[in-house]
Every structure is written in structure tokens, then in C-alpha cells.
Design a protein around this ligand. Sequence first.
Ligand code: ZN
Length: 197
Amino acid sequence: MYFFESNICTGHQRGSIEVICGSMFSGKTEELLRRLKRAKIAKQKVEIFKPCIDTRYSETEVVSHDNNAIISTPVESSQNILLMAGDVDVIGIDEAQFFDSGITDVCNTLAEQGYRVIVAGLDMDFRGNPFGPMPALMAIADDVTKEHAVCVRCGAPAYISHRTVAGEKQVLLGETDKYEPICRCCYSKEKQKGKKD
Ligand code: ZN
């Protein structure tokens, strides 16, 4: 049994941190929503926070790519989550890679206070570098799940969100028009091609 499944009915007695990471289109948000829905069925109060930067779909909802929505609250900084956590049992945090580095302390504090914290975010940026606070969050987590999209070139499990448009900025919001999930092998070929150009 997974750690998080055994922890589902302990409520405020035992806090924990779960991290769900992976590339774009890997189903991270869907997995976050799946766990939160199970907690809701178990009569637990659920709240989702996300950084203000992610306004692709809606200001007040976490919307996954299959339109499986749960209401959420956009916050300016990680500290706001501590202030707004209130009387809930399970705290979901989406797009965690965009939060400031204070998010690790916030998650530890919430877990110590007895909250079950479930964090979803991109593990790497489009160059394959660890993204923002994600490596630190993975280190302090009780449980880490790495999701995989499917490589659009060869069908293998993808590992990176390859950017299909020019630009060096780490943060560039967008969907299929700007990124494609590809595997390590296809990414390596892509890099070789880039060197020749
Ligand atoms: Zn591939």
C-alpha cells in the first residue's frame, strides 16, 4: 500500500508531505485532484492553493487538462498558504515550481501542525534543470511520485517538457503550442541537432 493511501483517514493526527512531479502533460494535476477527491469522499476538508502566476485557465479553479476541476485559491507568496490554511485536513498545492523558496518551510510547518500536504509541480524546466523549489520539496517529502507523459516522437515515457519555440526565459506559460513531452533519447538527439545548427 502506498504511503499516502494508508494516511488517508488519519485527519489532523498525523501530518505529511506528498510530492507529485513530472513533465508537462504527465497528469500531475489529475493525480493531485484524484487524491483530493478521495479525501473528500472520506469526509475531509480540502483546499487548493496555487501561485498567482498560473492564470492560464481561471483565477479561482485548478483546472487540469481533462477539465476535472476543483475550486482553488491563488496566492501571492508561500507565506499566504500558512495564513489561509485554516480548518482543513488536506492542503493541495499546484504548480509548486513557481513558488518562492519559502514553500519548503511552509510545507514542513503545515505537516508539523498535522496537515496532509499534497504538492504537484514540474520537476524540471525546458532545459532539464531542476525547477525552483521542487528539488527541495522532493527531499523533504514523505512520499514522491514521478509521473510521465508519452514521448510525442517515439512513444516511450517522456521525461522533459521540450520547448518548441525560441526563448531562454525559464517561465513561459503555454500548452501544446509551446511545449512537447519527449523522452531522454529524443531530447538528446534534439540537443545534437541544436549544436549542428
Ligand atoms: Zn522519444
